[in-house]
Write a protein that binds this ligand. Structure first.
Ligand code: NAI
Length: 248
């Protein structure tokens, strides 16, 4: 069903993993999708899948920790399609280390990409969305923001920061018809999680009530709901899509 017909949505970190699954799913449901990654060449596969779904894509390049990337990306979408209806701030990184060994650089890099990068994009879409008096903003958080994770203090702090950012933005922008929410994935099988030591992967998997790791598609379904008219009365919320991992 074309629940997103004529929607113009920007997805960051769309070259692989969860972001790629989200971008292709949005396209399959009728959206035009602007996709951003650090390198344009890495977006070929995503754009081919969007074209195969019969939808239009707009590939964009840049480092999301730089404010200019967000400003230029949003301008490119508005110039190409006349406005912007949705943002999915998905791009993220990990720089794991135990606290005693964690460097200031590792802390800063994760905050700069995961938290500040989302802020840059939030700020850049605010003006055009306020003008339209409509918009859906989704940050991709993480279950560990709520429960913590040894070796990921920087990552958990950055992802928890998104909760406050979303709630405050939801209060500021609600009167203009703009929703701001966080979707927090649990353990999803991607390149990011395959880098984790096997013991850490096994420990996480054992906690999942549904007994399986999630897929990018599991996250894409929740994102699509919030980007569609069906999710338009939900704002300032953190939605866990974790197969019950956070239940303990
Ligand atoms: P991934 O590592 O497979 O993909 C990350 C994407 O972000 C790539 O497209 C990469 O090019 C892009 N990216 C990274 N740094 C960037 C930067 N500075 N500027 C522009 N693009 C950049 O990761 P995955 O697993 O698909 O994760 C996507 C999001 O979901 C991240 O925010 C991650 O923290 C979050 N997440 C992932 C979980 C998992 O189990 N895989 C669990 C919970 C949250």
């Amino acid at each position: 069903m074309q629940t997103l017909k004529n929607k113009r949505i920007l997805v960051t970190g769309a070259s692989r993993g969860i972001g790629q699954a989200i971008a292709v799913d949005l396209a399959k449901h009728g959206a035009k999708v602007a996709v951003l990654a650090t390198r344009l060449a890495n977006l070929e596969q995503t754009c081919a899948a969007i074209a195969a779904a019969g939808a239009e894509s707009l590939p964009l390049e840049g480092d999301i920790s730089q404010a200019s990337t967000a400003v230029n990306a949003v301008k490119a979408v508005v110039d190409a399609w006349g406005g912007i209806d949705g943002l999915v701030a998905n791009a993220g990184i990990t720089k794991d280390n135990l606290l005693l060994r964690m460097t200031e650089e590792q802390f800063d890099q994760v905050i700069d990409v995961n938290l500040k990068g989302s802020f840059h994009f939030l700020k850049a879409v605010t003006k055009p969305m306020m003008k339209q008096r409509a918009g859906s903003i989704v940050f991709i958080g993480s279950v560990v923001a709520a429960i913590g994770n040894p070796g990921q203090a920087n990552y958990c702090a950055a992802k928890a920061g998104l909760h406050g950012l979303a709630r405050s933005a939801a209060m500021e922008l609600g009167s203009r018809g703009i929703t701001v929410n966080v979707i927090s994935p649990g353990f999803i099988a991607t390149d990011m999680t395959s880098d984790l030591p096997e013991a850490a992967q096994d420990a996480m998997k054992k906690k999942i009530a549904l007994g399986r790791p999630g897929s990018g598609q599991d996250i894409a379904g929740a994102v699509r709901f919030l980007q569609s008219p069906d999710g338009s009365y939900i704002t300032g919320q953190v939605m866990l899509v974790d197969g019950g991992l956070s239940l303990g």
